[in-house]
Design a protein around this ligand. Structure first.
Ligand SMILES: Cc1cc2nc3c(=O)[nH]c(=O)nc-3n(C[C@H](O)[C@H](O)[C@H](O)COP(=O)(O)OP(=O)(O)OC[C@H]3O[C@@H](n4cnc5c(N)ncnc54)[C@H](O)[C@@H]3O)c2cc1C
Length: 392
């Protein structure tokens, strides 16, 4: 009989998981609490470790149509504007890693995965909040909304994000913690910017206690800008879309060089959210238990300083699909297959979480550490920016 996977959450992780499970021959029912599949209007960078998975799923052509493929990533000083280091992306990078470095609008990526999930006959339910789960040993049951336990399957994938409700059924720990960092983001049509501010490259501006990243999305038509500064959150921890103004960003960022001020000034609307995370995973028990597995931010939320949160969710999905397909071949019990998924994934996710934290300290360095960082970037350039351990 065809096995049934239940997926809680229809973000990038949940949709990728649903797709991977159907590719493994499972029937999939996905439950999303929101009334529509929607992603806030922000950008996302996908390293070749993630684009390779999407290509293997037959989505390479569709990805190329919506993504930008930057030619270069440059690190610059936010204080004096000088270029500290650069790495070639584009064709030579794609060749090195057998997949491109892409930058895209989150809604476009979600739309791509949603289209593929629909085509793969995933049963999608909106306005369907998973309110309780029960692992009976023989099956896993879900309550959706206020009703009874109405749904039963062979496995549950908790892809319900940073504030995951499913997480508590796998592993009991404290809620996510505020990092003390705030993300300001803005999106603009490139043609509405002065020519000097338009860009098809990734630029990371590094300053004391702040950094700003700009890159093209929507096949290069728009520029996405995210500035991360240090400061306490005022709005709701779960609100990814708080109103913000450039003046607050200036005040938090401190002195900036003229080109960076011009860029901040030229962006039409700023939105804000506070960053939360969890410590790096400590073992496979945090990723799966019985018939329930966690995936993406529900399992290993990470700071955005390595641009890998969604990429790790996509990698998780690929590995989950692999073990589920294998379990059918070798008649492996579902809990053992999910245990294998956890064993295969946790160390890499933990390492990525830890590196993202470390990058944050280096990006926002002050004093001696900042001078050391700038010197190392000038001397080592591409060798420091490239991440073969991650991208391969
Ligand atoms: C500033 C910033 C920049 C980033 N940049 C990058 C980047 O460049 N590259 C990258 O790879 N990653 C990046 N990330 C990380 C990335 O955004 C996340 O890791 C990724 O979106 C997580 O996806 P997810 O599907 O696991 O969770 P989410 O996107 O949070 O999706 C969870 C879904 O579950 C639903 N849900 C929640 N509870 C329930 C429930 N009980 N029942 C049903 N549905 C439920 C929610 O409505 C939501 O749709 C960035 C993050 C930040 C904050």
């Amino acid at each position: 009989m065809t096995k049934q996977a239940l997926v809680a959450g229809g973000g990038i992780g949940g949709l990728a998981a649903a797709l991977a499970c159907t590719r493994a021959g499972w029937e999939v029912r996905l439950y999303e609490q929101a009334p529509a599949f929607s992603e806030v209007g922000a950008g996302i960078q996908l390293g070749p470790n993630a684009t390779r998975v999407l290509t293997a799923w037959g989505l390479g052509g569709a990805l190329a149509a919506i993504a930008a493929i930057p030619q270069r990533l440059a690190a610059r000083s936010a204080i004096d504007g000088t270029e500290l280091a650069a790495m070639r992306l584009g064709a030579s990078f794609s060749k090195r890693y057998d997949a491109p470095y892409a930058t895209l609008h989150r809604a476009d990526l979600q739309g791509l995965l949603l289209g593929a999930a629909r085509e793969a006959s995933v049963h999608l339910r909106l306005s369907a909040q998973v309110t309780a789960t029960q692992d009976t040993g023989e099956a896993v049951r879900l309550r959706v909304g206020a009703g009874h336990f109405e749904v039963e399957g062979d496995a549950l994938v908790g892809a319900d994000g940073l504030w995951s409700a499913v997480r508590g059924h796998v592993f009991a720990d404290a809620p996510p913690a505020a990092t003390g960092h705030l993300a300001y983001r803005s999106l603009v049509l490139q043609r509405e910017l002065p020519a000097a501010l338009r860009s098809q490259d990734v630029t990371v501006w590094l300053g004391p206690r702040m950094h700003l990243v700009a890159y093209p999305v929507s096949a290069g038509e728009r520029l996405n800008v995210v500035a991360i500064v240090q400061g306490g959150a005022s709005g709701s921890a779960r609100d990814w879309d708080q109103a913000a103004v450039a003046a607050e960003l200036y005040a938090a960022a401190g002195p900036l060089c003229a080109p960076l001020r011009d860029l901040v000034q030229a962006m039409p609307h700023w939105r804000l959210w506070a960053l939360y995370d969890r410590p790096p995973m400590r073992g496979p028990d945090e990723l799966a238990r019985g018939r329930i597995a966690l995936l993406g931010d529900a399992a290993h939320p990470m700071r955005p300083y390595l641009a890998q949160g969604a990429a790790m969710a996509i990698e998780d999905a690929a590995e989950l699909g692999r073990v589920l397909a294998m379990s059918a071949d070798v008649r492996l019990e579902v809990p053992l297959a999910l245990r294998r998924y956890a064993l295969n994934r946790w160390e890499r996710c933990a390492r990525t979480q830890a590196r993202a934290r470390r990058n944050g300290r280096v990006f926002h360095a002050t004093g001696l550490l900042q001078r050391g960082r700038d010197l190392a970037l000038r001397l080592l350039g591409e060798r420091l920016l490239d991440q073969p351990w991650l991208y391969r």
